[in-house]
Design a protein around this ligand. Structure first.
Ligand code: IVH
Length: 667
């Protein structure tokens, strides 16, 4: 393929892929299989690698994010981001309607929308391309999170058609759908990370991650609800939103143009009930006056427009009896109290259990067995106990005492300083902890051994495995003797265990299940220390100098390697042939040529992607940072390097390196 053919094909592929993104992420009507989509994407990535001169920051291949860490800069909103007046009462809503009719008369339309429960974002587009994405901040200025927002597939980077204004802002809500949220929290629990309290927290936390390649793996989505600018096609809100849908924006189907307060009430009553069936959380309804002329007549208060109001649904609550409290033991030994309730119907499901979080929560509410408690289903999936009806408390009720020993192995529980949870310290002898650790070790992102949780239970209960190292001494004969296992499935399991010996070090490290060492941290540690001996010998001071490794992670790593049982386990895994160092190829390429140097990367490069350059810097002992400061050694600048960075480098007399000069330095 020659250069001009490649350019043509690259453009074609980018268009096709964005079209399929739109069908899949905006319309939810995919026309091709995931496999066919992957083929297109792979072809594009290969061509872009081969012909880097056709780099384009808006290519769909770059929606995977970049792992350059960045501090967010702030930017003033061209139009302030107002908030909405809230009400929970029909009466206040009717007052709102009366006030409006007094000013603009009766001849106007309302637009009724759902209130999406996420994080507000303002997107600005220039000449049909996404320019900036800024959070609400204080309403006047917010954080620039463009790179993170560009990973959200349902947000168009380049608008469809040509009928859009050359310069406008569109605002909306970034959120995580309910099912994706459940899955995200399951994954977090699996890797020992603290689960998010609700989808809104997960969305806002994700948006502030300083590494867009992690953001790209989170299931963010975005509904748009407000468009501002000059030269908009219509003089009204509803009609402009429908136009914006044609430009590729995800404008929800639930918006409705209606007339009069009675229709407003109908809309509210309908969604108050039907919202449980939605795939995302909504905490109310937003009512807006449609015509811009009317909106201008009504004006704004300091904080919110007078032409709109949010009617908030009250979180659904009900009262029920508390029968008992169970305690669950997680993989890390954390104890979670769970309330067993008199079954009760709430927001579409029968609730029998509710979470009580921790001992403090129980103490705070003074919850007692036999109490009538108020439960609530907010944004959270599992209902929680929010109050106790003390008037209904039986006379003989006794304060509830949090357990002192583990319900599974009876060890005395501990509570670490600064942590809310109680822990069972018997890591090596407490069955749910052992089984949880084995399940984590074999999970897909760790050793990827194909065994179901039931198989682990079976192997553990029969005494065939007591820890992850025992997996490697299992024989086909032992497995065949278990219920449900035939020769073929036993063979498969053994083969799967055998193949896991090739799994790279970083995944092995993740699989060990060291507290607070999730996938990303494991990757960082593997890259930095290269092998387990270096890591286990590292002291606190050395650990915390590594980017993203803080006090909590450092202490946890040291604690892990101070336990002789862990050392024995690792030695057995080593003997079994599991990888405890990075591959020889990577090791051979390593040097110290950049040691003590701090290098900032900016722009695009001919031979390497920014991620590859970042890896090269680390491989040769250097450090990569995001912004030019007096401690920067070099600015590695490619095409279109940031002018601010270049200027700063010049001002601070920091040498600027070209790609070729950099390559010379390391070879
Ligand atoms: S309109 C000037 N419409 O609610 C108009 N806001 O409490 C401003 N929100 O900051 C907002 N769904 O983050 C509007 N359909 C919707 C909305 C919505 C959710 C959020 C938004 C806003 C907050 C105000």
């Amino acid at each position: 393929m020659n250069k001009s053919e490649a350019q043509k094909r690259i453009q074609e592929l980018r268009k096709q892929i964005e079209h399929h993104n739109y069908l899949y992420y905006v319309l939810s009507k995919p026309e091709i299989s995931d496999f066919a989509y992957d083929l297109l994407m792979n072809e594009l990535i290969t061509l872009e690698k081969k012909f880097p001169e056709f780099y384009d920051a808006f290519s769909p291949s770059l929606r995977v994010g970049s792992d350059v860490n960045r501090d967010f800069t702030q930017m003033a909103h061209r139009y302030p981001m107002l908030s909405l007046d809230n009400t929970y009462s029909e009466e206040e809503l009717r007052d709102f309607d009366k006030r409006i009719r007094k000013i603009i008369g009766d001849d106007f339309d309302y637009v009724a929308e759902l209130k999406y429960d996420g994080v507000a974002i303002s997107l600005s587009y220039e000449q049909g391309r996404l320019k900036h994405a800024v959070t609400r901040g204080d309403g006047e200025k917010g954080d620039v999170v463009t790179e993170n927002v560009m990973t959200i597939r349902s947000i168009p980077l380049i608008l469809h058609g040509s009928e859009y204004p050359s310069n406008f802002e569109i605002r909306g809500e970034i959120f995580i759908p309910k099912d994706d949220f459940t899955r995200l929290n399951e994954q977090r629990a699996e890797s020992g990370e603290e689960p998010f309290a609700n989808p809104r927290n997960a969305a806002s936390g994700t948006l502030k991650i300083r590494n867009s390649s992690i953001v790209a793996r989170r299931p963010l989505d975005c509904f748009l609800y407000h468009i501002i600018g000059e030269g908009l096609p219509y003089e009204s809100h509803y009609e402009n939103l429908l136009e914006a849908r044609k430009w590729g924006f995800k404008i929800p189907d639930f918006i409705k143009k209606i007339h009069g307060i009675e229709e407003v009430m109908e809309f509210i009553i309908f969604w108050e009930d039907k919202r449980k069936n939605l795939s995302f959380n909504t905490d109310g309804v937003v009512i807006k006056v449609n015509s811009y002329l009317h909106q201008r007549q009504l004006g704004n208060t300091a904080k919110s427009p007078r032409w709109a109001i949010a009617y908030k649904f009250t979180a659904e609550q009900c009262a029920t009896g508390l029968l008992s409290i169970d305690f669950q033991v997680g993989r890390t030994g954390a104890i979670t109290p769970v309330a067993n309730l008199e079954p009760v119907f709430l927001s579409g499901t029968t609730v029998k259990r509710a979470s009580l979080h921790n001992a403090d929560q129980i103490l705070l509410l003074d919850v007692r067995i036999g109490d009538i408690v108020i439960i609530e289903k907010g944004g959270e999936i599992i209902p929680k106990i929010v109050a106790v009806d003390y008037t209904k408390r039986p006379d003989d009720s006794q304060p509830f005492r949090f357990i002192e020993s583990c319900p599974e192995c009876h060890s005395t529980l501990i509570r670490r300083e600064g942590e809310a949870a109680h822990y069972c310290p018997n890591e090596s002898g407490c069955p749910p902890q052992i089984k949880g650790r084995i399940a984590h070790f074999i999970s897909r992102n760790a050793m990827d051994i194909g065994a179901a949780e039931a198989t682990i239970d079976l192997l553990f209960n029969k005494g065939l495995i007591k820890n992850v190292a025992d997996l490697y001494t299992l024989t086909e004969n032992q497995i065949i003797q278990l219920d449900r296992f035939a020769e073929k499935s036993a063979k498969n399991l053994i083969e799967s265990i055998h193949s896991s010996r090739k799994v790279p070090f970083e995944r092995v490290l993740f699989g060990l299940g060291i507290r607070h060492v999730g996938e990303t941290v494991a990757k960082k540690l593997a890259k930095h220390f290269r092998n387990l001996d270096n890591l286990s010998g590292a002291g606190y001071e050395q650990l915390i100098t590594i980017e993203e490794i803080g006090d909590k992670i450092a202490k946890s790593i040291i604690e892990y390697f101070n336990d002789p049982q862990n050392i024995t386990l690792i030695n057995r895994l080593k003997e079994a042939g599991v990888q405890f160092s990075i591959s020889q190829a990577e090791e051979a390429a390593r040097s110290e040529k950049l040691s003590d140097l701090t290098i900032v990367i900016s722009g695009t490069f001919r031979n390497y992607s920014r991620d590859e350059l970042k890896d090269l810097i680390a491989l040769h002992g250097g450090k990569n940072t995001g912004s030019v400061t007096s401690s920067t050694s070099y600015l590695l600048a490619g095409d279109n390097a940031g002018p601010a960075k270049l200027e700063k480098a010049q001002a601070l007399k920091i040498p600027v390196l070209s790609e070729d000069e950099f390559i010379k330095m390391i070879t």
